[in-house]
Design a protein around this ligand. Structure first.
Ligand code: TXA
Ligand code: MG
Length: 339
């Protein structure tokens, strides 16, 4: 078998997990797959290891990180280690969506994972469903590492990685990357703040508002409803998730007019649309966007990276439908366009 490039290792092999857990136990960094995007992991209770994440990403150290925990009894144990007892609506969310692409912001146990929490008195916890993530979390738990602090494995402000190769692009060959294939979900987890007495949506993902409300039996509030919205959550910055090329969102008609105006010119432009458009330039890079929101989420970051790699200067994207199942995709595209 051919050696994988750099430090990318097959996450299905037990020896990969043993090596990764050893690095993490020793305070090192390891990139790992989840069902949403790849994470850059460190022992959540080791403040020095966590400092290494902030340094590698170029992320301000007061931006809190999500702590990933194992499923089953280990997860229950980790929950009570990192967070104070959950309100009932949060327990219901755990029941309904863990393991899966949902992060809960909970009141933190004082003295635990302070650096990972960026000094907040809350902690973000998530139990990923990716089998390789779960196998790694179990191997870490065996070694006494109860949780992995893990932001998306990209440099600050850049697009999240959905392939092991994307992580290597961001951080080079020195980082051990556990390969779990292409991420199924493709955009980051839905984040619900459960530390304010009622559930508050901090970041939309593929789990819809209706699903959250049905599971927890409470109305989901919006960030805008909060008296003091937290300015520190970088996933909530207007401009984020940006490719190098300039992204513009347009409806199908505006897109068609723009293509008509270009005529036969149009180098360095890429178009991603659900609608089939007429164009006269073979120099425009065109890709069809699927009609299904989940399929678009899965491809979104990889498509933006491909367009960047092709060297385009402009990316024109058809505005997604304004329906609930598109909320996560629309959010990421709007942020990419705001950069
Ligand atoms: O799907 C995901 O959530 C991925 C994978 C790797 O799990 N992780 C991820 O992490 O997207 P990151 O660091 O790129 O985004 C985490 C978001 C940030 O906006 C951060 O501010 C917010 O979660 N967050 C984490 N802990 C928080 C806390 N205690 N209070 C408020 N926001 C928090
Ligand atoms: Mg991120």
């Amino acid at each position: 078998m051919l050696e994988a490039p750099g430090m990318i290792r097959d996450g299905r092999l037990p020896e990969t997990l043993v090596e990764a857990a050893r690095v993490l136990r020793a305070g090192g960094l390891v990139a790992f797959p989840t069902e949403t995007v790849y994470g850059l992991g460190a022992d959540a209770t080791n403040d020095q290891a966590v400092a290494g994440i902030f340094a590698a990403k170029g992320r301000p150290s007061d931006h809190p990180l999500i702590v990933h925990v194992a499923a089953g009894p280990r997860g229950t144990e980790a929950l009570s280690r990192f967070a104070q007892p959950l309100p009932l609506f949060a327990q219901r969310l755990v029941q309904a969506f863990w393991p899966g692409p949902l992060t809960l912001i909970l009141t933190r146990q004082p003295g635990v994972a302070g650096a990972a929490a960026g000094g907040e008195d809350t902690v973000g916890l998530r139990c990923p469903s990716h089998p390789v993530a779960q196998a790694l979390l179990a191997a870490c738990a065996e070694q006494g590492v109860a949780g992995l602090a893990g932001p998306s494995a990209n440099r600050f402000g850049r697009i999240s990685p959905t392939l092991a190769a994307h992580v290597a692009e961001e951080f080079g060959d020195a980082l051990l990357v556990v390969d779990g294939g292409a991420c199924d979900v493709g955009i980051e987890s839905t984040i619900v703040d459960c530390s304010r007495g009622a559930p508050v949506l901090l970041r939309p993902g593929v789990i819809t508002r209706a699903q959250i409300e049905a599971a927890c039996g409470q109305v989901l509030r919006d960030k805008a409803d909060l008296a003091a919205p937290d300015p520190r959550a970088p996933g909530t910055l207007e401009a984020h998730y940006a490719p190098n090329a300039k992204v513009r969102l347009m409806d199908a008609r505006a897109l068609q007019s723009a293509l008509d105006i270009l005529g036969a010119s149009g180098a360095h432009i890429a178009v991603w649309s659900r609608t089939v458009l007429k164009q006269r330039s073979s120099r425009i890079l065109q890709r069809r966007m699927p009609d299904d929101a989940l399929a678009v989420a899965q491809q979104l970051f990889a498509v933006l990276r491909e367009f960047d790699a092709a060297g385009v200067k402009l990316i024109w994207v058809e505005t997604p439908p304004a329906t609930p199942e598109w909320e996560g995709v629309a959010d990421r595209l709007q942020r990419a366009a705001a950069a």
